[in-house]
Design a binder for this molecule. Structure first.
Ligand code: BGC
Length: 756
């Protein structure tokens, strides 16, 4: 159906019909208009599988949904750093949607991991906006290639669950642009999601659902979004303000209450009917985009998708520690310990909860291996040590050559709807690990958690495999990695701090009452830990392999570029070990000297490559202006300060192997805005300012006093003090320290010349 045809349908609608289309027909459908043959379209959660509900709708994952395949959650799949894989995963989910008649899947969820405490971190991708944006764009392209839409969420600055429906995220403009917006921006620009879901919270005082700056000025006018915006379930505050701001579809429907308000507003003239028309057209364009391209032949092959979900997990699990203990040998006497070997924790709680097709634990994979014994060790229903279970586990560990403990966070420890209050694992599990380590020197811990945990036992174990919430086939992936059938290749898309208190948002995280100040600004995750030169448990971008990689030959195609040009960086990576493996090569950019306070370095490129033993491949990165820019609030745009930039290529944020430098010249000059309170120091940084300042210096009595050549000259330290006073003196203060030749008219003349 063309836009013209849709417009013609809308032209036949009454105001009442149009207003009614601004909310769903039920919990999961848009409305139909039978009189005009307008169909309804189904939407469903997401993101890491299809949660299509059969009967009673709820947004909390409570009521049953159809059987579907549960893929690794965002925390895990992002660790694959694999754009193609996420695209394929999107395709698989898109296919499932087509087969089940679902027009839009509610995901991906790209909110930034501001704190390890966020209850929903398991669903989100990263602390880094570049990773989140790249991964999201790939997933969206995959889903939408099957003519099914996505709903990138939750727009925006929604990084906590506490008071999620009313909190006010106070974020400064630069932080918003550099940290919280780019994942959405990249996805919208690169992959054109059909819909965007606005978040529950307020942003700098205005609810996301009625935030015109975000929903229209930024999303549509700047980034070119052309789909519809849907409210998060129950996020509408003032419906009419929402329509005006660019919120198209309200979900779930408010029993017609809000539709009536829209109708009334049009009738009393407070809402222009053309705005309502536009809203309805946007919704119908997407409805028909799906309906017109329905794939009636599509099949949801759950077994094939289950196998693919194993592959996604295999690419996503992160090997955090390996002191020569992994891979295990099949003939070793091994004790599998911990309930999660049998019943892994593989997905999170809430709206993303999938009714899984089948779940495989690692234990099932070793059922034909008599040399592997099992002890449950704990029961995750409550955090209570069961001495009997511990004793059995200790016995099993003693009887084996290696103990593999399957541990992690129980469901109750992290979920949509609330945040964690600490970063610890259950005490009973920490205790179990310590007890096993007392009797068995060869211990591997396999972790199941959606967000970082503290690991007090880390020095006492030889191996740690981070399985995150690895989807329904996680046990198969664990088995294959533990026994070396698959070489681990995931890397952390977030930092594991040593302690919760180290996290930059620690002091202010959930805020006071409804106000949440994002005071750490752009220093989120590694941007903070690097700047503070802090030790961390495991750094951003870190993950081990069973092989080793050598980095060489960093080459830049130019030594100097203009900000309108692209820089091409290439490096050679060689597999120097004995087995094939995959490496995630990371590129970071640092501004060597900058006026704004900037992170030490920022990720601006990554590639995952596969190498046979001895093989070398060249990895190429292309960097455009955004790779070097910061957000300048004066011009309200990204800007590059002319100067030298460092390009660092490495295996993690704390394992940089190669460095090079490039000079980047800005072609954009920032309008000068000197005023009476600008300091002499700031003005004198301007190379053109000297000639205008010279007469002022001549009139300044403070400078005379600083003249160390005179007989009565000041000593060196006093000279330094006087220099500093001059540097930090605002222009207007010159009238107090002068020879009588300067008045405000004179200062204004100088300012006018400087600002030209
Ligand atoms: C969640 C969304 C979800 C929606 C529908 C909300 O509570 O925040 O992520 O898509 O419910 O279930």
């Amino acid at each position: 159906m063309t836009r013209k045809e849709i417009e013609a349908i809308v032209a036949q609608m009454t105001v009442e019909e149009k207003a009614s289309l601004c909310s769903g027909g039920d919990f999961w459908h848009t409305k139909a208009v039978e009189r005009l043959g307008v169909p309804a379209m189904m939407v469903s959660d997401g993101p890491h599988g299809l949660r299509k509900q059969k009967d009673e709708g709820d947004h909390l994952g409570v009521n049953d949904s159809i059987v579907a395949v549960c893929y690794p959650a965002g925390c895990a799949s992002a660790s694959s750093f694999d754009r193609n894989l996420l695209n394929e995963m999107g395709q698989a989910i898109g296919e499932a949607c087509q087969a089940e008649g679902v027009g839009v899947i509610l995901g991906p969820a790209v909110n930034i991991k501001r704190s390890p405490l966020c209850g929903r971190n398991f669903e989100y991708y990263s602390e880094d906006p570049y990773v989140a944006g790249e991964i999201a764009a790939s997933y969206i392209k995959g889903v939408q290639s099957k003519n099914v839409g996505t709903s990138i969420k939750h727009f925006m600055a929604n990084s906590q669950e506490t008071r999620r429906m009313s909190s006010d995220s106070r974020v400064d403009e630069r932080t918003m642009r550099e940290i919280y917006m780019p994942a959405f921006e990249t996805a919208v620009k690169e992959s054109k999601p059909w819909t965007v879901m606005c978040s529950y919270n307020r942003i700098n005082g205005t609810y996301a659902a009625e935030n015109k700056t975000l929903l229209t000025d930024v999303l549509r006018d700047e980034w070119g979004f052309d789909g519809f915006v849907v409210s998060d379930w129950g996020a509408v505050n003032d419906r009419v303000a929402g329509v005006k701001a660019g919120l198209d579809l309200e979900m779930p429907p408010s029993c017609g209450v809000n539709d009536k308000l829209i109708e009334k507003a049009v009738k009393d003239g407070s809402l222009d009917e053309s705005i309502l028309d536009q809203t309805v057209i946007r919704i119908l364009e997407i409805v028909y985009k799906y309906m017109d391209n329905r794939d009636k032949e599509a099949v949801f092959d759950r077994q094939a998708q289950h196998e693919f979900s194993r592959k996604v997990a295999e690419e996503s699990l992160v090997l955090l520690k390996n002191e020569g203990i992994l891979p295990l040998k099949k003939e070793q006497k091994i004790a599998f310990i911990g309930q999660y070997a049998e019943k892994p924790r593989y997905q999170g709680g809430g709206s993303s909860h999938i009714n899984s097709f089948k779940v495989t634990g690692a234990l099932e994979m070793v059922r034909d291996m008599p040399n592997v014994i099992y002890a449950r060790g704990y029961d995750d229903a409550e955090d209570r040590t069961d001495e009997k279970l511990v004793a059995e586990a200790v016995e099993a560990a003693k009887a084996a050559e290696v103990a593999v403990i399957f541990a992690g966070l129980p469901d109750a420890f992290e979920s949509e709807g609330y945040d964690r209050t600490h970063m610890q694992m259950p005490e009973s599990q920490n205790y179990l690990i310590e007890e096993i380590a007392k009797v068995q020197p060869n211990v591997v811990v396999v972790l199941h958690n959606g967000s970082p945990v503290e690991m007090p036992w880390l020095p006492k174990v030889k191996g740690v495999l981070e399985a995150y919430l690895g989807g329904e086939a996680v046990g198969e992936a664990e088995y294959r990695i533990l026994f070396g059938e698959v070489n681990p290749s995931g890397k952390l898309a977030e930092t594991f701090p040593l302690h919760l208190e180290d996290n930059p948002s620690y002091l202010y995280y959930i805020g006071e009452e409804d106000v949440v100040e994002y005071r750490e600004g752009v220093f989120v995750g590694y941007r903070y830990y690097d700047k503070k030169k802090m030790n961390v448990l495991f750094p951003f971008g870190y993950g081990l392999s069973y092989t080793t990689f050598d980095y060489s030959n960093i080459t830049l195609d130019k030594e100097s570029i203009k900000d309108t040009e692209t820089l091409t960086v290439s490096v050679d990576i060689t597999n120097t070990g004995k087995v094939a493996g995959k490496e995630i090569v990371q590129l970071y950019v640092s501004d060597k000297e900058s006026t704004p306070i900037r992170p030490v370095k920022e990720l601006k490129g990554f590639e995952k490559i596969e190498l046979a033993p001895g093989e070398t491949k060249t990895v190429t990165f292309r960097l455009n202006d955004r790779a070097f820019a910061y957000y300048n609030t004066q011009i309200q745009d990204f800007h590059i300060e002319t100067g030298d930039f460092k390009i660092s290529v490495g295996s993690s944020s704390r394992d940089i192997r190669l460095e090079a430098e490039v000079y980047v010249e800005s072609t954009r000059s920032i309008p000068k805005k000197y005023h009476l309170n600008t300091t002499f120091g700031d003005i004198s940084k301007d190379p053109e300012a000297e000639k205008f300042l010279a007469p002022l210096y001549a009139a300044c009595t403070m400078i005379d006093a600083c003249d160390t050549n005179s007989a009565e000259g000041l000593g060196t330290s006093s000279k330094a003090m006087q220099d500093a006073m001059m540097q930090y003196m605002p222009l207007r203060a010159l009238v107090s320290f002068q020879d009588g030749t300067i008045d405000f008219t004179r200062l204004q003349e100088v300012l006018d010349q400087l600002n030209q």
